[in-house]
Design a protein around this ligand. Structure first.
Ligand code: FES
Length: 313
C-alpha cells in the first residue's frame, strides 16, 4: 500500500487520497496545520516542503511553481505543497511551520499568520540628506527630522495610509488596508504622495529660514500582492508588508533621483487610475534586482485637484 508521509507528523495511506490532490490538500485533510499564506496560489512559498523520498511521484512543477522556485533559488527537492500533485508514495517534511511558528500562530491571530493582500506601497526619501546630517549637530538633525516626519506624515494619514516604518530619512507607507478596491488604494497612495510634496513646500519655508537650505524628496508607488502580518520578535512584533511589490516600490523611489521626477508610479498603479490622475512622461527604467526594463510614470497632479494639490515641479 502506498503511503504519503509527512515526516515526523503523519502518514496518509494513498487510497485515502483523491486523484489529482496536492500535498497541501492531503495535509489539510489529514489535520496537519500546513502553512499557506497566499491560500495555495503559488505566490508565497510558505507551503514549501523538502522531498525526502520518491520525488518522481510528485507531478512536475507547474510554470507557476517553477517561476517561484527560480526566484527563491530553491533546490529541485524543494516543492510547493499547494502545487505538487501526488501520484504515488512520497515522503516530505514541512519547512516553514516549526514548533516556534506554531506557538506564534496559536498565540497570534490572522495578522500574525500572514495574509496575502493587494495593496499600494509608497516609499519616500529625502534627496542628499546625508550631507545635511553630516553638516549639522545631531540635535538639529533629530529636530528637523521630527518636524519633517510630522509634516509629510499628515497627508499619508489623511488619505488612509498606514505608516509602516521610518528608515533614516525614508518613509514606507501602505495604502488599501481599509479600502475595498485596488483603485481606491492606488488613488489614496498617489493623493498622499502629492500631498507630501505640497507639505514639503510648507516645510521648506521653515528650514530655509532656519538652516538656509531646502529639501527635495522622491516618492515611488507600486501596487500588487504583498504578505501582511505581525512580524518580528514576540516581544516586539510589528505589522508590516513584505514581498516583491514592496521591493519594487522602493526601487521606483530610487529611480526618481535619476529621472529628476518628484513622484513616480508603476504601470500597475497607472492602470488602476485611468484619468483620475494627470500623468507626465512614461519611461522604461532598469530597477536594481529586476530583469528587464520596468515602465514607470511621472505624476503631475490629481485630475480634479484644487490648485494646491499638485506635484512639485
Ligand atoms: S500556499 Fe503560497 S505558494 Fe503554496
Amino acid at each position: 500500500m502506498a503511503t504519503i508521509e509527512f515526516d515526523r507528523e503523519r502518514a496518509i495511506e494513498h487510497d485515502e487520497a483523491q486523484p489529482g490532490q496536492t500535498l497541501l490538500e492531503l495535509a489539510r485533510a489529514a489535520g496537519i496545520p500546513h502553512a499557506a499564506a497566499c491560500g495555495g496560489k503559488g505566490r508565497c512559498s510558505t507551503c514549501r516542503v523538502v522531498v525526502l523520498d520518491h520525488p518522481e511521484n510528485l507531478a512536475p512543477p507547474s510554470d507557476l511553481e517553477a517561476a517561484l522556485a527560480l526566484k527563491k533559488g530553491f533546490d529541485p527537492n524543494i516543492r510547493l505543497a499547494c502545487q505538487a500533485v501526488v501520484r504515488g508514495p512520497v515522503r516530505v517534511r514541512r519547512l516553514v511551520l516549526d514548533d516556534e511558528d506554531i506557538q506564534l500562530a496559536v498565540k497570534g491571530n490572522a495578522q500574525t499568520a500572514g495574509k496575502e493582500r493587494h495593496l499600494a506601497i509608497l516609499f519616500s526619501d529625502i534627496r542628499d540628506f546625508t550631507p545635511f546630517a553630516e553638516g549639522h549637530l545631531p540635535y538639529d538633525v533629530i529636530h528637523i527630522l521630527g518636524r519633517y516626519f510630522k509634516k509629510v506624515g499628515e497627508p499619508v494619514l489623511r488619505h488612509g495610509g498606514y505608516i509602516d516604518k521610518y528608515m533614516g530619512d525614508g518613509i514606507m507607507a501602505i495604502f488599501g488596508l481599509e479600502r475595498a478596491s485596488a483603485r481606491e488604494a492606488c488613488y489614496d497612495a498617489v493623493a498622499a504622495a502629492i500631498g507630501m510634496q505640497e507639505s514639503l513646500r510648507e516645510f521648506n519655508v521653515y528650514i530655509k529660514s532656519q538652516f538656509d537650505t531646502e529639501f527635495r524628496i522622491g516618492i515611488g508607488v507600486h501596487f500588487g500582492p504583498v504578505i501582511v502580518g505581525e512580524m518580528g520578535h514576540p516581544e516586539k512584533m510589528h505589522f508590516t508588508a513584505i514581498g516583491d511589490t514592496v521591493n519594487i516600490a522602493s526601487r521606483i523611489e530610487s529611480a526618481t533621483k535619476a529621472l529628476g521626477a518628484p513622484i513616480l508610479v508603476s504601470h500597475a498603479v497607472r492602470q488602476q487610475l485611468g484619468d483620475a490622475v494627470r500623468f507626465g512622461v512614461a519611461e522604461q527604467v532598469n530597477l536594481k534586482g529586476k530583469t528587464g526594463p520596468t515602465l514607470v510614470h511621472q505624476v503631475l497632479g490629481l485630475a480634479d485637484a484644487p490648485s494646491g494639490d499638485q506635484a512639485a515641479p
